[in-house]
Design a protein around this ligand. Sequence first.
Ligand SMILES: Nc1ncnc2c1ncn2[C@@H]1O[C@H](COP(=O)(O)OP(=O)(O)OP(=O)(O)O)[C@@H](O)[C@H]1O
Ligand SMILES: [Mg+2]
Length: 392
Amino acid sequence: MGAQKIVHNLPQKTKFLNRQKEIENLERQAVALGRPLIAVWGNSGVGKTTLVNAFAWKLYDSPPNRLPADLRLSYIVWVTAKTHELQSRKKPFGKMGLYRRNMTRKRQKEGVLVGSVCEVCAIISGVVNGESNLISLAKRKCLEGKENYVREEAHLLLKTLARRNQWLLLVVDDIDSFGHEAKGEIFTFLEEEFPTPHVAVLTSRRHIDETQIKGVYSLPLGPMPESELQKLVREESTNLGVRLSDKDIDEIIRFAQGNPLVARLTVSMLKRKTGISVSSILREWRGQKTGLQFLFESLFRPLSDLQKKMLRTITVLEKEGLSYDVDFLADICVASSKRVQEELQEIERTLLLEVVGYKPFEVNIHRLVQEYILQENPKEIAKIERGLQGRQ
Ligand SMILES: Nc1ncnc2c1ncn2[C@@H]1O[C@H](COP(=O)(O)OP(=O)(O)OP(=O)(O)O)[C@@H](O)[C@H]1O
Ligand SMILES: [Mg+2]
C-alpha cells in the first residue's frame, strides 16, 4: 500500500477496551466480504457508538490491505442526528404544539432543522469535496426544495468514486434519532442509491434486520463480558480517584449487567457521594429495575421539584427541540437568572445532563426562551436580555 490520505470527519477517538470479536466481525463483513450494509444494534449505553467509532479509526490508522484488487479506502463519513439541535415532530399538541409546529417551520426555513436524508447526502458530498463546516453546509444545501438535487449529486459522486475504485465508508450513528420518516428515507437511499463497493454502518437501539432493510448484516451488540467491564471499572475509578476494593468492583460488575454506561455512572456516583458504599447502592437497588433505570432514578430523586422540572424540560428540549414547558423556563429566566445558573449547576452534578447528551445547555435554553417570548410577547424579550446581562 502506498501512502495515501483518507479524508474523514470522524469524531475524536475515545477510549476503547476490547470488543475485539466485534471489531473483527465488522472488518470481516465490511472489508473481506464487502457487505454493503451493516447494522449494529443494542441497548442504550452498551457501546455501539464507541465500537463503530473505534472500528472506523482502526480502518483510518491502518487501511485494510485485504480489499480486492485496486480498491482503496478513500473516505470515511460520519453522520449522526445526535449533534443536531432539533428533531421535527408531526403531531401538534395543544397550544404548545402549535407553537412547536410554527417554530419547526421557521427553523426549516432558517435551515436550523436537520436530520433528513438530504442532509446525510449533503454531508457525504461535503466530506468528499473537502468542505469545512459540514453541518451548516448541509443545512444550506437542503433549503429551498433542492433536496432531490442534493440527493442526486451524492448518488453521482458515489458512482464516480466507485468507477475510480475508491471506497467510501459511511457511518450513520443512532439512526433512531432521525425520526420515523427520515429513517425510512435513509433506508431507501441506502438500498437504492448507495452503490457498491461503498459500505454503510448504522447504529440503532432497536433491532434492525432484513425485514427493514434489504441485504443488511445485523450485528446485535450484547452485554460487555465481565473481564472487559472490570478493566473499565478499574480505569474509571483510577481516573476519578475513587478507591474500590475487589469486592466493590465485583459488585459493580454484577450490578452493571454488562452495560459499560451503568458501570461508569456507578463509579461517578460513588465519587460524588463520598461515604456511600457500593453495597448500600445495591441494597437499595434490589434488582427490581435495570441498572440504568435505577441509577437515573436515584440520581433524580434527591433533586428539588424545580430542578426536576428543569431537567425534564431540558430533556424534552434536547430530544425534540421544543418543549411544552418552555414558558416555564421563561418564567424562571425572567424571575432570576442567577437562580437558573445555580439550579443548573446542581443538576449538572448528577451527571444526568451528560446522559441526555446535553452540553451547551444555557445557550440553548435562553435561545429557545427568547424565541418563545418573542413570538408570544415581544416586550418581554428586553427583560430577559437584562436578566442575562446580569449573569455575566
Ligand atoms: N469498548 C469500550 N471501551 C471503553 N468504554 C466503553 C466501551 N464501550 C462503551 N464504553 C463506554 O460506555 C458508555 C456508553 O457507550 P456508547 O455511547 O458507545 O453507547 P451506545 O450504545 O452508543 O448508547 P446510545 O444508544 O445511548 O447511543 C460511554 O461512556 C463509553 O465511554
Ligand atoms: Mg450511541
